[in-house]
Design a protein around this ligand. Structure first.
Ligand SMILES: [Zn+2]
Length: 107
């Protein structure tokens, strides 16, 4: 969605910018998967936008991989969750693959 001048930032100036836990790239939140805390688990948000703190990951398996290092320590840190929180790594990977399929990304 770039403008003719190539300055996409004009258009997304008011969209929320979030940082990927895996690669630290900043992107519009709609281009990232949102991970939230629910009942002691860190899971991918199934709703468009649940309230509360979120952690964000690109639609990229490498980013998911990084976010899931050390049993998901980077994700827990981003969520300010304690060590008892279980990160649903399989769920995250599945959602990343799903998002890539939807976008027709081939790797
Ligand atoms: Zn990333």
């Amino acid at each position: 969605m770039e403008s003719p001048t190539g300055r996409a930032t004009d258009r997304v100036a008011h969209a929320p910018i979030r940082t990927c836990v895996g690669c630290r790239r900043r992107a519009v939140s709609s281009q990232l998967l949102r991970v939230i805390l629910r009942d002691g688990f860190a899971v991918v948000d199934q709703q468009p936008r649940s309230p509360g703190r979120g952690a964000y990951v690109c639609h990229d398996e490498r980013c998911a991989q990084r976010a899931l290092r050390h049993d998901g320590a980077p994700l827990r840190r981003a969520l300010r969750a304690d060590a008892g929180v279980v990160v649903d790594g399989e769920g995250l990977r599945a959602r990343v693959r799903e998002a890539q399929r939807r976008e027709g990304v081939s790797t």
